[in-house]
Write a protein that binds this ligand. Structure first.
Ligand SMILES: NC(=O)c1ccc[n+]([C@@H]2O[C@H](COP(=O)([O-])OP(=O)(O)OC[C@H]3O[C@@H](n4cnc5c(N)ncnc54)[C@H](O)[C@@H]3O)[C@@H](O)[C@H]2O)c1
Length: 441
């Protein structure tokens, strides 16, 4: 269902009226397109808190984006501002953050990016931990202030090299609907290079569950665009749509109910001898009803599809060795699993369960199988599922985020593709694709 308000406020009279009435003013987000695959313009690279050990590596990485990186704030409208705050070790240093950003923040271009780089919080130095945690409150507030499609993100990193794929994602149109997030990038080898950054998943095989339509179809499309061979899975009843998706993407259709006890074995045997590099758990269902009115036959299927089958197939594919070393798993949670939602005790339990699985499995899977495990947590995404939501609730869902609009399936897909191809330092993360929704913030 089209977002008529977004279309209206995209016109001159609509913009005028929204401003005069103090209504939300969503900007048209600049997403990836073949004619503009990268952001363009100036990138202001600032450093606070003294000398940064990352400066050299960061300069190299930022120069490799398509943006024109500079350390002098003389651009009238920088497209991106990257602040290296890894050197902040105590709260007085935070004044420099204010001093450097205060004069430039207003001038950041529409659809621009502010990326703050911090370090992991110290467990022994409470002054460092206070100052670094302060960055989180700063970024989450800035994301709410920026407007005009601009986003703010905090990346806590151990090394710039391991964060390259993450920085590239954040400094590109692919991250248009990701704001107010905190991303941890742990110790890892530098992002594998040389890499064809236009097709970073080239040579990889990816399985996407629930890919006959909606977000799963968009994920398969973006993975294929990024070079992966996609195996698309959905229920046998959706075989015709599934085959159409597979044919369009040069992939393989695998009709299968993911809740089958032997789904993992079935997938493993259907794969080419090269095995699987990327496993995307996207299939999901809702059966909403308040708990007091919810019979068991609306509870169990949701837990089975959204959580139990994810655990079962993950275990089977890891243990059988079907998932190659260097591979990745990305599961689909939801902000309902973080904030909860009326009528969704079953759904929110299943999605919160995904978050639990990701956090516990990530270190083990990386150590034992060389596989990363992360999750996306979509907010309000414009799909058939949300088109069925009653009008007023739908409008509230669309506007109650910093970007004042719903996301598109492609936004979830872009984030999924970044996680699927990121360095092993990106592990155990739950990334919300929600335009910084107020729910569960
Ligand atoms: N749309 C949103 O706003 C939103 C928000 C948060 C999270 N999500 C999550 O994103 C994922 C995709 O959502 P969507 O909106 O595209 O949903 P959708 O209903 O359009 O698509 C889900 C797909 O999963 C398939 N599927 C269901 N049960 C299956 C099974 N047992 N085996 C194999 N395939 C099965 C369906 O046939 C369908 O093609 C889900 O996990 C959903 O919970 C969506």
């Amino acid at each position: 269902m089209a977002d008529r308000y977004l279309n209206f406020t995209g016109t001159t009279p609509g913009r005028f009226l929204a401003r005069r009435l103090g209504l939300p003013q969503p900007a048209t987000l600049r997403r990836w397109a073949p004619e503009h695959p990268t952001l363009q313009g100036d990138l202001l690279h600032l450093t606070v808190g003294g000398d940064s050990p990352h400066k050299g590596d960061l300069t190299d990485i930022l120069t490799r984006t398509n943006l024109n990186a500079t350390t002098t704030p003389d651009s009238p409208h920088p497209t991106a501002v990257v602040v290296d705050a890894t050197g902040i070790g105590d709260t007085p240093d935070l004044a420099q953050l204010h001093a450097l950003l205060h004069p430039v923040v207003r001038s950041v271009a529409e659809n621009g990016r502010v990326v703050i780089l911090g370090t992991p919080l110290s467990l022994t130095d409470h002054h460092q931990a206070a100052a670094q945690q302060a960055l989180e409150g700063f970024v989450r507030s800035l994301g709410k202030e920026l407007g005009k499609g601009r986003t703010a993100t905090l990346v806590r990193m151990c090394s710039a090299g391991a964060a390259e794929s993450t920085l590239r994602f954040l400094l590109s149109p692919r991250s248009a609907y990701v704001s107010g997030q905190v991303i941890e990038v742990g110790e890892a080898e530098a992002d594998p290079s040389p890499r064809d950054w236009d097709r970073p998943l080239s040579g990889r095989t990816a399985l996407v569950t629930g890919a006959a339509r909606g977000i799963g179809e968009a994920v398969a499309e973006v993975l294929a665009r990024d070079g992966a061979h996609v195996v698309v899975l959905d229920v046998p009843a959706a075989q015709a749509e599934l085959v159409r998706v597979a044919d369009r993407l040069g992939g393989t259709a695998l009709p299968l109910d993911i809740t089958a006890d032997d789904a993992g074995e079935h997938i493993a045997s259907a794969l080419a001898p090269g095995g699987l590099d990327i496993l995307i758990h996207n299939a999901g269902i809702t059966r909403d009803r308040k708990l007091a009115n919810m019979p068991a036959d609306r509870w169990s299927p949701v837990l089975d599809v959204n959580l139990t089958s994810v655990l079962r197939t993950t275990d089977a594919l890891l243990k059988s060795g079907a998932l190659n070393r260097g591979g990745s798993i990305v599961a689909t949670a939801s902000i309902a699993g973080i904030a909860g939602n009326v009528g969704q005790t079953n759904y929110a339990a299943s999605k919160a369960g995904i978050i639990g699985m990701v956090r516990a499995l990530a270190p083990v899977a990386l150590a034992e199988y060389g596989v990363t495990v992360n999750a996306v947590a979509p907010g309000f995404i414009e799909t058939k599922m949300t088109a069925a939501v009653p009008l007023l609730i739908r409008e509230a869902g669309r506007r109650m985020n910093s970007l004042a609009q719903g996301g598109l399936p492609v936004d979830v897909a872009e984030t999924t593709a970044w996680l699927a191809g990121a360095s092993s330092g990106v592990n155990g993360q739950v990334i919300r694709v929600c335009g910084q929704s107020l729910l569960g913030a």
